[in-house]
Design a protein around this ligand. Structure first.
Ligand SMILES: Cc1cc2nc3c(=O)[nH]c(=O)nc-3n(C[C@H](O)[C@H](O)[C@H](O)COP(=O)(O)O)c2cc1C
Length: 214
């Protein structure tokens, strides 16, 4: 809430107005693939565009910029959380929503994505509330793969894991098959209906955050 005072000398009065200053919804977006030419990195950009069109401020990150060792309790005990895990924890904490596009590897979502979630779920200090940086986040999920199922099986597994760590995963998600045919050379989706669906995932995330006031 911002309070402003406007002087109107010709009227000889002071008019006080209240102006609502609404903070934009903040969303963190990323793909579960670290591959440079990842189809999922391309896909999530459309959800980003949908969220931005709905008024959100979106931070897109590439997990390739946050390499992490395989989670190991002994390593954690000896050295604490790796710097990249701390950076990611802060990013999750600072955003209300998540947009995640993930590939499917051998019928499940990638181990690297699970490893990242595992590190981020760990406490940075003993007083931190359990799963603090996941609790209450609103997430929309999507996937794409060259195959016929588009990564749908991995998507369901990711959904279950996120729900268990108190992320509210929205019902509507999308698996896009035949990725090789769906994107043009510039990385744009060829099918306008698909583009609308993926942008809609971004928009629904913003709307839900606004509705719930999280
Ligand atoms: C180890 C491995 C396992 C894979 N298993 C599956 C699978 O189970 N289902 C599927 O649809 N695609 C599978 N693929 C193909 C990926 O969907 C494909 O490589 C995709 O492009 C990866 O996503 P990205 O383009 O975002 O990196 C697999 C790829 C790899 C490397």
């Amino acid at each position: 809430m911002m309070r402003g005072i406007i002087h109107r000398p010709h009227q000889g009065i002071k008019v006080t107005i209240k102006r609502m200053k609404t903070n934009p919804v903040k969303i963190l977006a990323f793909a579960g693939s670290t591959r440079k030419a990842s189809f999922n990195k391309k896909l999530v950009q459309f959800a980003v565009a949908g969220a931005e069109a709905a008024g959100a401020q979106v931070t897109y990150i590439d997990l390739a910029d946050y390499p992490l060792p395989v989670y190991d309790g002994d390593l954690e005990e000896a050295q604490g959380l790796p710097e990249n895990a701390l950076k990611l924890k802060k990013l999750f904490s600072d955003h209300q929503g998540l947009l995640i596009a993930t590939p499917e590897y051998n019928s499940g979502y990638p181990g690297g994505l699970k490893n990242m979630i595992d590190w981020v779920s760990r406490k940075a200090d003993p007083d931190e509330a359990p799963l603090a940086c996941f609790k209450g986040k609103i997430a929309s999920l999507m996937s794409t793969s060259p195959g016929a199922l588009g990564g749908l099986r991995g998507l369901h597994q990711l959904r279950e894991v996120l729900l268990n760590i108190h992320v509210l995963v929205l019902t509507k998600m999308h698996a896009l098959p035949r990725a090789m045919q769906e994107f043009d050379v510039a990385g744009k989706l060829k099918n306008l209906d698909t583009e609308k669906i993926i942008k809609g995932l971004g928009a629904q995330t913003v709307q839900m955050i606004q509705n719930l006031g999280t």
